[in-house]
Design a binder for this molecule. Structure first.
Ligand SMILES: NC(=O)c1ccc[n+]([C@@H]2O[C@H](COP(=O)([O-])OP(=O)(O)OC[C@H]3O[C@@H](n4cnc5c(N)ncnc54)[C@H](O)[C@@H]3O)[C@@H](O)[C@H]2O)c1
Length: 351
């Protein structure tokens, strides 16, 4: 009620201002015509920019800028951007003690990155550091529960003193309760949100400022195909992984739209794997294994490192799912459901 009165007062005040405006009727009409023309011009320029960009993309699709040879094959329709060097970058990976985190750490270590392995599990984390050092890479080990904000901030300070400023942050640690929502406990739901999404925010808050100071950095987040399509037995997990994609898009926009400073040197990549054989997905069900094969963590890590080095904004693993999903999203909702039921794949519940 109070806000309605406030709005009326505001409208009234605006009306009074219009009445008191020191211009004649003719000048008022001229102002309106001028504003109308200015907006029409802005819309016309916007239309031109969008059409030109769209036509340019179509042109490049058929006539790539510089046809190149990749692995001996001429790429006719799509020339991926050159992979960037990660030599000397300080790469922090959460959940580095196992699975895709470990494999990604090994690959970035081999490419000359200085790897900061962060995990709650000291044994797995140490194994990863040893493996990186065995291949003559540089690695440091830090134990931390990524859900503990104070511990994250203390860790950031320690890394700054002992190693330097983190330039690449890979938010990878995650858990996956896999059961119908009504059988999932409050503790499991809270833990999934704390680790899979809220921890991403704490880590970004701790490490983004130094990237912004130097307009240099890369933030990578592990989402999932469960963050692209809803899947049974994974209701809280899907919610966290959809949230990861939303958070990354919003963060990217926040920096892109900043009028004060250029942050185009900070890149964002979201990774959406389907099923990777790390032990996280305990009961996978795949009707057509040749079509939707379960990948090894090594295969997944190859795709992750490639996507990061080429500054891709979002990838699915396998990549075919990206296009299938894009096409399905343009169709009425009931149509792709037939395909989903036909493929009949997903995860069975486990305790
Ligand atoms: N495996 C899959 O099929 C799959 C599919 C899609 C997405 N993902 C996502 O990829 C990421 C990695 O998955 P994975 O299968 O390699 O996992 P994993 O279980 O093999 O390894 C996860 C690592 O995270 C660590 N970790 C867990 N909780 C932590 C905490 N609170 N603080 C610090 N470290 C913690 C664990 O100790 C472990 O070393 C996860 O975010 C997962 O949701 C996995």
């Amino acid at each position: 009620m109070a806000s309605a009165v406030e709005t009326n007062n505001k409208n009234g005040a605006a009306q009074n201002l219009m009445e008191k405006a020191p211009w004649t009727d003719e000048q008022g009409i001229a102002m309106k015509v001028y504003n109308g023309i200015a907006i029409a011009l802005e819309i016309f320029v916007l239309y031109l920019k969008m059409t030109a960009t769209f036509l340019h993309c179509i042109y490049q699709f058929f006539v790539p800028p510089e046809p190149k040879s990749v692995n001996g094959e001429i790429v006719m329709f799509f020339v991926p951007p050159e992979p960037k060097s990660v030599n000397g970058e300080i790469v922090l990976i959460t959940g580095a003690g196992h699975g895709m985190g470990r494999e990604t750490a090994l690959r970035f270590g081999k490419l000359g990155g200085i790897i900061i392995c962060v995990d709650i599990n000291p044994t797995g984390n140490q194994e990863t550091v040893d493996l990186i050092k065995e291949q003559k890479g540089k690695a440091h080990r830090y134990e931390c529960d990524v859900t503990d904000r104070e511990a994250i901030n203390a860790l950031a300070e320690k890394i700054r003193r002992e190693v330097g400023e983190v330039t690449m942050l890979i938010n990878n640690a995650g858990i996956m309760p896999c059961k119908p929502l009504l059988n999932t406990s409050e503790k499991e739901i809270r833990a999934a949100f704390e680790i899979n999404i809220i921890a991403h925010l704490w880590l970004v808050q701790a490490f983004l400022p130094s990237m912004m100071e130097r307009n240099h950095g890369h933030i990578v987040a592990m989402s999932s195909m469960a963050g692209v399509v809803g899947l049974r037995n994974l209701v809280p997990y899907c919610a966290t992984k959809f949230a990861v994609r939303g958070m990354m898009e919003a963060l990217h926009e926040e920096l892109r739209e900043d009028k004060e400073k250029d942050y185009s040197g900070i890149k964002f990549t979201v990774i959406c794997p389907y099923i990777v054989d790390t032990g996280l997905c305990k009961n996978p069900k795949i009707k057509f294994p040749s079509l939707m094969k379960i990948l090894t963590p090594q295969e997944a890590a190859d795709s992750i490192v490639d996507a990061v080095r080429r500054n891709y904004q979002e990838i699915t693993i396998p990549s075919s799912l990206y296009y299938i999903n894009m096409i399905c999203r343009t169709l009425p909702k009931s149509v792709p459901l037939y395909l989903k039921d036909f493929l009949d794949s997903g995860l069975e519940a486990h305790s």
